[in-house]
Design a protein around this ligand. Structure first.
Ligand SMILES: Cc1cc2nc3c(=O)[nH]c(=O)nc-3n(C[C@H](O)[C@H](O)[C@H](O)COP(=O)(O)O)c2cc1C
Length: 363
């Protein structure tokens, strides 16, 4: 086995151990969803009468919720991906796998990502690091997606993480034009994602019309600068622990510059976060760490119970606000308070009149 492959594999296990056993959440920075208030739309509706299903890739999914890509690439990670896949397909929501770099380096490891065998109707999101695209051609990328039967591809940009990772790849020159080429050059829809530091409106603009969606993966949840700070034993990174664009701000910034779907993720923890994400225009909301924790505690059943409860609570909360569907919730009136309101002004991404939902449609 080449050394690079061994290193990639052991890093995947270290990441899981650190996320589960160390404090890896942002300390003072939050998602800023607490600055968003969704105004009731009408009379309270019983949760059982609320339909939170939505459409993705022409298919109906149970809720606008997905599981963010986390793992694969080491034999021990197959069980995690398999359990998450079983639960996700039972519930009817999509899931992502972690970076497919390990299977690029060693094709025998493809099985650790290949979970559709146990969850046939699952919408599966492949994953690659954006800097790696400079080395992989479109034919190879297509092959890696087809090997696991992926329906979509998430390309992650993670400059903050790479810059504090002991073996990080910090040369991002040319990355965005390569992302745009891949976005147009492979069969599956491409999603540009971060890993917890958020997408700015400048980046959103660069990929507008070139990729299918943006998954902001903003600040306020798991910090990958934090994870890598542990790996480097504090040699790098602690100064940037809080660095990143809060998730709610990143969603609104991205929506001001990108005309495709925008997904909210990074620190999504409660049904209220999801209600607010929908109301500010996010098409999907995703979580990583809470799903990993429930999988490690109780396997596929643990993930299923966690998601089932989350979706039931999301339905109840949507109904309590007087909305009976995702479409209605998307049109809810919202109020944005400080500091998010000022940050949106500073970034030139503030909707001028929050009563006018059309303002979210174009910059
Ligand atoms: C154990 C673990 C491994 C991860 N590995 C990847 C990865 O390989 N590729 C990727 O794009 N994101 C990866 N992520 C980042 C998540 O997709 C997500 O962006 C981040 O954890 C923020 O979401 P959270 O606050 O819900 O945890 C990983 C997250 C976790 C918890």
């Amino acid at each position: 086995m080449p050394d690079e492959s061994r290193e990639t594999q052991s890093r995947k296990i270290e990441h899981i151990d650190i996320v589960l056993n160390k404090e890896t959440q942002y300390r003072s920075k939050t998602t800023l969803f607490e600055c968003i208030e969704v105004l009731p739309g009408g009379q309270r509706i019983n949760g059982d009468d609320v339909d939170v299903s939505t459409a993705l890739l022409g298919r109906r999914i149970a809720a606008p919720i997905f599981i963010s890509g986390m793992t694969g690439g080491h034999p021990a990670t197959y069980e995690i991906n398999k359990n998450i896949a079983i639960a996700a397909s039972r519930i009817g929501i999509p899931m992502g796998v972690g970076s497919q770099r390990a299977m690029y380096e060693k094709q025998d490891l493809a099985y650790t990502y290949d979970v559709k065998k146990v969850a046939g109707d699952l919408i599966l999101i492949g994953n690659m690091g954006a800097t790696k695209l400079l080395k992989y051609d479109n034919r190879k990328i297509q092959e890696m997606l087809d090997l696991i039967n992926a329906d979509m591809l998430a390309l992650h940009t993670n400059p903050a993480q790479e810059s504090v990772q002991p073996e990080g790849d910090i040369d991002f020159r040319g990355v965005y034009s390569r992302i745009c080429e891949v976005g147009k050059g492979i069969r599956q829809p491409v999603i540009l994602k971060e890993v917890g530091n958020g997408i700015s409106k400048e980046v959103a603009k660069k990929v507008d019309g070139k990729v299918y969606a943006i998954d902001v993966q903003g600040a306020g949840g798991t910090t990958w600068v934090g994870v890598e700070t542990y790996r480097s034993r504090g040699a790098y990174g602690s100064a940037f622990w809080e660095w990143g664009i809060p998730t709610a701000l990143s969603v609104l910034e991205s929506k001001s510059a990108f005309h495709g779907p925008v997904w909210a993720s990074g620190g999504i923890r409660t049904p209220s976060d999801i209600v607010k994400a929908v109301a500010i225009g996010a098409d999907m909301s995703g979580m990583a760490k809470p799903v990993l924790v429930s999988e490690r505690k109780n396997g596929a059943e643990g993930v299923y119970r966690y998601l089932d409860r989350l979706i039931a609570d999301f339905r109840n909360e949507t109904g309590s606000l007087g909305f009976s569907s995702i479409e209605e919730l998307k049109n809810a009136k919202i109020r944005i308070s400080e500091p998010l309101a000022s940050l949106l002004e500073q970034r030139g991404a503030a909707p001028k009149n929050l009563e006018d939902r059309k303002l979210f449609e174009t910059a």
